[in-house]
Design a binder for this molecule. Structure first.
Ligand code: FE2
Ligand code: FE2
Length: 428
């Protein structure tokens, strides 16, 4: 038994000190800013003691002399000053973020790389380029991580990775953290994901919690909202979205599927027009969309009517296949086609709301009409995409199968939704 006297001697260690940047690269993360078959974007963080960041990269090999045949590329960097905020433990410091985009890679090839400054290096990480044609693939989708990320979200990421270590990417539907300006929380997010982020590309869309209110020199709120200062430096995505929404609104084509991120916090009308064009031009078999605020809310007392009015007609017109959302801290899955109920097996778009972190809300009024719901449950999703079929599974934090369905698509584009767990109660 621990004595009270001993407990009194313990001082809480400030995690901010643990997450300060050093000359050793940390927060290493893969994303795509261009074709996943031939390119990769690698980003990491150091202190300002590091002048020129660089990557060494080569096709993977079993021998240990990895630097022998590696090519070296210089990175660009940006210094990020933590903003003045009301968050008490947010002591100001400046971090240096390095990004390098490597192109002309060979499709379907395993690579190894390390990042550093020529003296201080990361470990060698491995990843695999995509195929340059439609081929089956799988990915992991998470709803809000947001709170207590180090303590209570990390197990969910690790369980999901253990189930699907060959995932092509990991998709985050917003609210990755709780206080957008608080570096400590990004420190926790990167600690939870660890080297998985350096091995599997991360596809992220921002939630409302990735925005914070600016404060002026006098320490007064200005009412103006800004994206987390870390977002753009740490997430490098294609510059093919609406101007002003860089790294939050974009699309990536991956082996026969178009993956789209919409920013549900800003510029709805501009994105509506953009989405219509991007879907009209889409030649991929599947369309998968992520954004944060749900089209149909699962939680009590919530509704995003303005967003639904703007975007749902476009989803309907283009027969979007799967929409992955967060924000409501519950689970809900429904299938909707224009003019039909929330439960229609014949076509339409499947909408999912999920939550991976520990913050929980109550289910709301819509829940009764949904196919499957959950409350008080941390979940992750595994999505398998094939030529004529998407197989979807939602699993609890302990790995138990909670929801499963398939979207079958015929040669004519007609879809059928098949329940894989049979008729069962929607949920608690
Ligand atoms: Fe949210
Ligand atoms: Fe949230």
């Amino acid at each position: 038994m621990i004595s009270t006297a001993l407990l009194l001697l313990q001082q809480p260690f400030d995690l901010n000190d643990r997450y300060r940047p050093t000359p050793i690269p940390d927060r290493v993360i893969l994303t795509w800013a261009d074709d996943p078959a031939t390119s990769i974007a690698v980003t990491w963080r150091t202190s300002r003691a590091v002048g020129q960041g660089r990557i060494q990269i080569r096709p993977s090999g079993a021998g240990p002399s990895l630097e022998a045949d590696a090519v070296q590329r210089d990175a660009r960097h940006i210094d990020v000053a933590m903003p003045i905020t009301e968050v008490k433990d947010n002591t100001p410091f400046i971090a240096r973020w390095h990004t390098v985009q490597v192109r002309d890679l060979t499709p379907k090839t395993a690579y190894v790389y390390r990042v550093g400054d020529g003296v201080n290096w990361s470990e060698w990480h491995g990843f695999r380029t995509a195929s340059d044609r439609p081929e089956p693939f799988s990915f992991i989708y998470f709803g809000d991580a947001q709170n207590d990320v180090r303590s209570r979200w990390s197990r969910v990421v690790r369980e999901a990775y253990s189930d699907l270590p060959k995932a092509s990417f990991v998709l985050h539907a917003g609210d990755l953290i709780n206080r957008a300006e608080r570096d400590l929380e990004w420190g926790e997010w990167f600690e939870a994901g660890g080297w998985i982020n350096a091995r599997i590309p991360q596809v992220a869309t921002p939630g409302n919690h990735e925005y914070y209110r600016l404060i002026n020199e006098k320490g007064e709120r200005t009412g103006e909202r800004a994206l987390s200062p870390q977002w753009i430096p740490q997430f490098e995505y294609p510059r093919n979205g609406v101007p002003g929404l860089e790294d939050t609104n974009y699309f990536i084509d991956y082996q026969g599927a178009r993956i789209i991120s919409l920013n549900s916090s800003e510029k709805f009308a501009e994105q509506t027009e953009w989405l219509d064009r991007v879907l009209t031009e889409n030649r991929n078999r599947w369309t998968l969309i992520t954004f944060h605020h749900p089209m149909f809310s699962t939680a009590k007392g919530r509704d995003n009517a303005e967003l639904r009015a703007a975007w749902k007609p476009v989803f309907d017109r283009h027969q979007v296949d799967l929409v992955m959302q967060g924000h409501d801290h519950t689970y809900g899955r429904m299938n909707l086609a224009t003019g039909l109920t929330m439960q229609d097996d014949s076509s339409g778009t499947v909408y999912v709301v999920s939550v991976s972190g520990p913050k929980m809300y109550e289910l709301g009024e819509n829940a009764a009409q949904m196919r499957r719901t959950a409350a008080q449950t941390q979940l992750y999703q595994l999505v398998h995409v094939d030529q004529n079929k998407i197989r979807y599974e939602s699993r609890t934090a302990t790995g138990e199968l909670y929801d499963a369905f398939e979207i079958l698509k015929g040669a004519d584009g007609r879809k059928t939704i098949v329940e894989k767990l049979g008729r069962r109660p929607a949920g608690p």
